[in-house]
Design a protein. Structure first.
Length: 269
C-alpha cells in the first residue's frame, strides 16, 4: 500500500446553523417607516461564527410594539439559497417604538431584539384633521391643522404646503404657519368679518373634512388700550376705542403711541 504524505488538502465546511450566532444587517434593523418595505438581511452562522452557505432553515420573527396595544407584525423572509435571507416588515401600520426580534430555527439572532422607531408615512390630505370653533375672532383665534399619513398616524415633521381657503364675499387663500411637528396654524386676516366658509388645502388638494362655517367677530379692545384712549382723549376716548376694533394689536399700539407722542403724554382737549 502506498503511503500518503503530509500535508493532506482538506476542505472544512461550516457546522450546523446556530440561530444565536446568525446576524442581521441593513436599514430595517435601525429605523422604519409606515408604508415602506423596511428591508434587512440575515446571514446564517454556525456556533463558531462561520458563514453558512446553504438555506432551507426556518427564518422569521416579529416586530413587537412597546405600547402593548397593537398586535405584533410578522417578518417576511426570502431564502436566497446561499445562507442569506432578505427580510422585511412592510405591513407595519402604526408609528411608534418597537422591538424587532428576528429568529432562526426559533432562536433569536445575535444582538436581538433591536430597538426600532417606526416613523409615520407620507402625508395623506384625505386624513387631515382641522380644528376650529364655529365662532372666531380675527387676530386672536387660529385654525389648527394636523397632518396624518394613510394609516392615520399624526405626522411628526413639517415641510408640507398648507393653506386655508376662506370664502367671505371675496375668496381668500391664507398660507399656514408650519409648526415643524406635523401641525400647522392659520391666522384669520385682521380685517375679516362675518360668516366665512373655510376649507383646508394640503399640497394642492382639499382635505375631505369641511367646509366649515365660521363667524368672524371683531377682536375686543383690551382694558389697557381703553384706559389709555380715555386718558389721552377724554371726550372721544369711547369713539377711539370702537375704531380700534378694526385694527390689529400692532396697529392699535402704534396709534396709541403716536397719540401719546403728539400729546406729550397729556390729555388732549
Amino acid at each position: 500500500m502506498e503511503e500518503k504524505k503530509n500535508p493532506v488538502n482538506m476542505r472544512v465546511i461550516p457546522g450546523a446553523v446556530d440561530g444565536s450566532h446568525s446576524v442581521a444587517s441593513g436599514p430595517g434593523i435601525k429605523k422604519a417607516k409606515v408604508g415602506d418595505k423596511n428591508p434587512f438581511q440575515i446571514q446564517l452562522k454556525d456556533a463558531f461564527d462561520n458563514d453558512v452557505k446553504f438555506g432551507g432553515v426556518d427564518v422569521g420573527g416579529e416586530l413587537v410594539p412597546l405600547d402593548g396595544k397593537s398586535p405584533p407584525v410578522p417578518i417576511q423572509a426570502h431564502d436566497n439559497g446561499d445562507g442569506t435571507y432578505d427580510c422585511a416588515y412592510p405591513s407595519v401600520k402604526k408609528a411608534g417604538k418597537y422591538k424587532l426580534v428576528p429568529k432562526v430555527n426559533g432562536k433569536s439572532i445575535k444582538d436581538a431584539p433591536f430597538e426600532i422607531k417606526v416613523d409615520p408615512g407620507k402625508t395623506s390630505s384625505d386624513n387631515t384633521l382641522v380644528d376650529l370653533p364655529n365662532r372666531a375672532v380675527a387676530g386672536k383665534d387660529r385654525i389648527g391643522v394636523t397632518l396624518r399619513d394613510d394609516q392615520c398616524n399624526n405626522l411628526e415633521k413639517g415641510g408640507d404646503k398648507v393653506l386655508a381657503h376662506l370664502l367671505p364675499l371675496t375668496p381668500l387663500e391664507v398660507n399656514a404657519h408650519d409648526n415643524g411637528d406635523g401641525t400647522y396654524a392659520v391666522d384669520y386676516p385682521p380685517g375679516l368679518r362675518g360668516d366665512v366658509e373655510v376649507k383646508v388645502k394640503v399640497n394642492g388638494k382639499y382635505a375631505p373634512t369641511g367646509p366649515f362655517n365660521v363667524n368672524i367677530e371683531k377682536k375686543p379692545v383690551n382694558k389697557e388700550h381703553k384706559e389709555q384712549a380715555k386718558e389721552l382723549l377724554p371726550q372721544t376716548g369711547g369713539i377711539l376705542a370702537r375704531l380700534l376694533k378694526e385694527a390689529t394689536d400692532t396697529e392699535r399700539a402704534a396709534i396709541l403711541k403716536e397719540l401719546e407722542r403728539v400729546s406729550g403724554g397729556k390729555r388732549l382737549k
